[in-house]
Write a protein that binds this ligand. Structure first.
Ligand code: PEP
Ligand code: MG
Length: 898
């Protein structure tokens, strides 16, 4: 196998690139796109890429190199030196290289990079002689030692930062740039000393000199260790967490790119920056990004120094030409990739170099605008435009915003880095955010800047607030990817993370941990206290893309809703009906009392009275629902949950009785409660979810379905009389044999007919069933003979197929199953293959039994894009999901069809 691929030009200026953009699985995103840019004749510093497969082989063999790999790397290193006419770490004219990670799927900032490799105590003098710039050279060397120590050896970055701080104190200067060449030379000595003190000898025997480790002087030792460290970073905890959060497989591995260094820190005609070909926050067609003059790579992304906007680059003395060249490159890249691109570049003494390009991450709003604009510009087809939007991302647009009518005072302003609004308690560390989330508290993570180590806290928090860094800082990029609101670069915020407080310049406000704040990532505003939030509606670009999606999709999309307000909302989101109205949700509040009376009294008259009351109430519920969904189908499911769910908890009641007994309350006064307890106890089942629920309730208590069906039919009859066109359908839950359905169907039909006669209208109300037990799926052909439609209840079907309780997913074992990969993913969120097989079998058998059968899915999976692909392939007629998932489902259904 070939493990190494080169990119860039040879000594004669001929392109000798071996890879291309299509080879991401092999070369990683960075390596493949470096090759592609070199093939486009863009200025790419030469180098070579070691494949992702080599990383996995190395990792799987417990960090032992596969046969031949080191020899191949050696060959390509010698080749690179020949192409450059320089040797890595040469005493007189050293070639310096960067060693960068680059996985097949982008994992921004999660893995490691080493810059300036090849410097040592001798080659530093070569670099000084070549550049005539001792300050630059010593600064490069100290950066190299610092990065190498941190990335390769794992030494704490603070050891080095503190040494810089004390040097600045000693020299009485404010910023790093005020340190002189000899200050930096002194720092290099100090850094090497720190390296020797902290590097564990047992782990690095090859570095031991005398009684401690010494900073490696041999460039080839440096290179080998750096490559190994980048391979190792594939499995560092933050990379593992990022992958599981973003469902990136663990077996892809990372490539390693060894590339000639170019320097953005060679003075005022040098710069480094990151940019997007369009605005990644709102999609505006403009060059967007930040740069720093006289700085090196990571300074920009790390958000450590405040940057300038890319639009100013062309106006800076000595950078104009490179600035124009950069704009030319932006256009070439967009035309070539036909997408919005994200770019890293360096300008070395006026000359532009491209260090990376990839398809740019963007907010949902930006994705919509870019897709529509690019279609209008003739760059992409309508189908491609629809495919460009990540369905999950649409959630962002349905994110809360500050209520336009809310009154609030702006505490501070920053950059609107990631849209949406959030309210939460201030926390000053990722750990505090995670702990608060475990207690169920909402937080805003307040940091000077974020680093990849903050990832867990960023996930746990509602929103992210930083005092430093631009719109391409780590916090901004990650927040946009997650869809979390983020305001960054709030300079007025003076954070003391140690003291867990932040002062706000120009005010007397001091924020303490736990104080409530609100932030709006759409506008960049920070407010003290909680601001009311509102959910936005479908507008503009979202509406356009969804209309395009509707042209392509084959699946219908309905909503799960049980009140007129949700029904109207889902209709405004494009739902084509209600796929599931869970009527038990209508039995809350005072109605709970009525149903309790029903359950706890054997007396037929009392029961009749209770059901009459329920009838009146339910009739109004259905009237509202059918009216809101006029002309569209509304599937009403008859009562489903175990009855004890409507009753008081027997344990609480027993405790109360015991307490009253202890207080000496007289027996007579307790008798009623005791009677209640014994009744409730009589309803207790060992496995209530497998007990008296679903259609079994209607069979044991026929008066209940009769009441519900009368209410449905009456509401429909009234609306017909008013000239509307209600389309109710009745659904029987948890059927396992056709006989259950046959019996209840007869009840339904008879009851509907009675109401039709009573009102003198014709009522055609289809009767169908849920398929949520394996036995039902396996006998679907028989069941379908009694059903007008099926709706797969994939929540219960998953529960009963796996034998996993759906109510305990967060409990003990499923999280462990997920982390040990005994389960690839949570089957209650994304449909499992075996459950899908039951759905497919049930659908096929059902249609054999009844060719007119309509088939839908109404479990949670109906709103999950991956599951929607599965249901499309199975060929069901529609999916049904919660109102806010309806836009997501419309888009996912179109993508499944394309
Ligand atoms: C199901 O089981 O998938 C379903 C939709 O019904 P419920 O969630 O109400 O049990
Ligand atoms: Mg169910």
């Amino acid at each position: 196998v070939k493990r190494v691929y080169r990119f860039g030009k040879d000594a004669a200026g001929v392109n000798v690139t071996e890879g291309s953009a299509h080879m991401k699985a092999l070369l990683g995103g960075k390596g493949a796109n470096l090759a592609e840019m070199a093939n486009l004749d863009l200025p790419v510093p030469p180098g070579f890429t070691i494949t992702c497969q080599t990383c996995m082989e190395y990792a799987n063999a417990s960090n032992v190199w596969p046969d031949g790999a080191l020899e191949e790397i050696h060959e390509y290193r010698v080749d690179l030196e020949k192409r450059m006419g320089k040797t890595i770490g040469d005493d007189n004219d050293p070639l310096l290289v960067s060693v960068r990670s680059g996985a097949p799927l982008s994992m921004p900032g999660m893995m490691d990079t080493v810059l300036n490799l090849g410097l040592n105590d001798r080659s530093i003098h070569g670099l000084i002689a070549q550049t005539n710039n001792p300050r630059f050279a010593w600064d490069s060397y100290r950066r190299f030692i610092q990065m190498f120590s941190n990335v390769v050896i794992g030494l704490d970055g603070d050891l080095f930062e503190n040494a810089i701080i004390s040097m600045k104190r000693k020299r009485n200067v404010e910023s790093d740039t005020q340190l002189t060449a000899s200050d930096l030379e002194e720092l290099v000595q100090e850094f090497k000393r720190i390296f020797s003190q902290y590097t564990p000898q047992d782990q690095y025997p090859q570095l031991v000199e005398g009684s401690s480790c010494a900073f490696p002087q041999d460039p080839l030792v440096q290179l080998k260790l750096a490559i190994e460290a980048v391979f190792g970073s594939w499995n560092n905890p933050r990379a593992v967490l990022y992958r599981s959060k973003n469902r990136i497989p663990d077996d892809l591995g990372t490539a390693v790119n060894v590339q000639c260094m170019v320097f953005g820190n060679k003075g005022n005609t040098s710069a480094t920056g990151v940019a997007f070909t369009r605005n990644p926050a709102d999609g505006t067609k403009e060059f967007y990004g930040d740069y720093l003059v006289n700085a090196q790579g990571e300074d920009v992304v790390a958000g450590i120094r405040n940057t300038s906007p890319i639009s100013e680059l062309k106006t800076v003395e000595g950078l104009q030409e490179a600035g124009s060249e950069l704009e030319r490159v932006f256009l070439i890249l967009e035309q070539h990739y036909r997408d919005m691109m994200d770019i890293e570049f360096t300008i070395e003494q006026g000359k532009l170099w491209m260090l990376q390009t990839r398809v740019g991450k963007r907010t949902a709003a930006s994705a919509l605008k870019i897709a529509i604009d690019m279609h209008t510009e003739g760059l992409i087809s309508k189908e491609e435009a629809v495919m460009r939007i990540e369905p999950q991302q649409l959630d962002q647009l349905l994110h809360p915003q500050f209520d336009a009518n809310a009154h609030y005072d702006v505490l501070a302003r920053g950059l609107n880095a990631s849209p949406g609004a959030a309210v939460g308690k201030c926390v000053f560390s990722a750990k505090a955010a995670v702990e608060a989330a475990e207690r169920g508290e909402k937080t805003i993570l307040v940091r000077w800047e974020t680093t990849p180590d903050d990832l867990a806290g960023m996930i746990a928090a509602e929103g992210i607030l930083t005092s430093h860094g631009g719109k391409t800082s780590h916090a901004a990029v990650i927040a946009r990817g997650m869809g979390a609101p983020c305001v960054c670069g709030v300079e007025a915020l003076k954070i003391d993370a140690q003291a867990k407080e932040a002062r706000v310049s120009g005010t007397s406000v001091v924020l303490h941990e736990g104080d409530l704040i609100s932030l709006d990532g759409t506008t960049g505003i920070v407010v003290l206290g909680a601001v009311d939030l509102v959910s936005p509606s479908l507008t503009g670009n979202l509406d356009t893309i969804l209309e395009w999606a509707d042209e392509f999709r084959q699946l219908g999309v309905r909503a799960n809703a049980d009140n007129p307000e949700d029904a109207r909302l889902s209709r405004s989101f494009g739902a084509e009906g209600i796929g599931l109205d869970r009527t038990e949700h209508m039995f809350l509040g005072e109605r709970k009392q009525i149903i309790q009376t029903f359950i706890l009294n054997d007396n037929a008259d009392v029961r009749k009275e209770a059901t009459d009351k329920l009838f009146t109430a339910q009739q109004e519920d259905f009237y509202g629902m059918f009216k809101a969904m006029d002309e569209l189908p509304v599937i009403v499911r008859l009562l489903d949950p175990p009855l004890h769910e409507f009753l008081e908890n027997p344990r609480d009641l027993a405790v109360e009785i015991a307490r009253l007994e202890a207080q000496g309350v007289a027996d007579e006064q307790l008798s009623e409660k005791r009677l209640l307890l014994s009744k409730i106890d009589s309803f207790v089942e060992a496995n209530p979810m497998l007990g008296l629920r679903g259609c079994r309730l209607g069979i044991v208590y026929p008066i209940l379905p009769v009441m519900q069906v009368r209410a449905i039919a009456t509401a429909a009859a009234r609306l017909i009389k008013e000239g509307l066109h209600p389309k109710p359908e009745i659904m029987i839950p948890l059927v396992c044999t056709v006989r259950e359905l046959k019996k209840l169907r007869a009840t339904c039909e008879q009851t509907v007919q009675e109401i039709a006669d009573e009102f003198g209208v014709s009522l055609e109300i289809p009767v169908g069933t849920m398929i949520e037990l394996p036995r039902a799926a396996l006998t679907a052909d028989e069941i379908a003979k009694q059903a007008d439609f099926f709706s797969f209840g994939t929540n219960d079907l998953t529960q009963t197929t796996f034998g996993f309780s759906r109510d305990d997913v967060e409990g003990e074992f499923i999280p462990q199953y997920l982390s040990e990969k005994l389960l690839a993913y949570n089957p209650f969120a994304t449909i499992d293959a075996a459950v899908a097989k039951l759905v497919a079998m049930g659908t096929d058998l059902g249609r054999k039994g009844n060719p007119k059968l309509k088939v839908g899915v109404c479990g949670e999976h109906g709103g999950d894009p991956d599951s929607i692909h599965t249901f499309h392939n199975i060929g069901v007629d529609y999916v049904s999901c919660s109102p806010y998932r309806v836009p997501v489902a419309r888009l996912a259904a179109a993508q499944a069809a394309l």
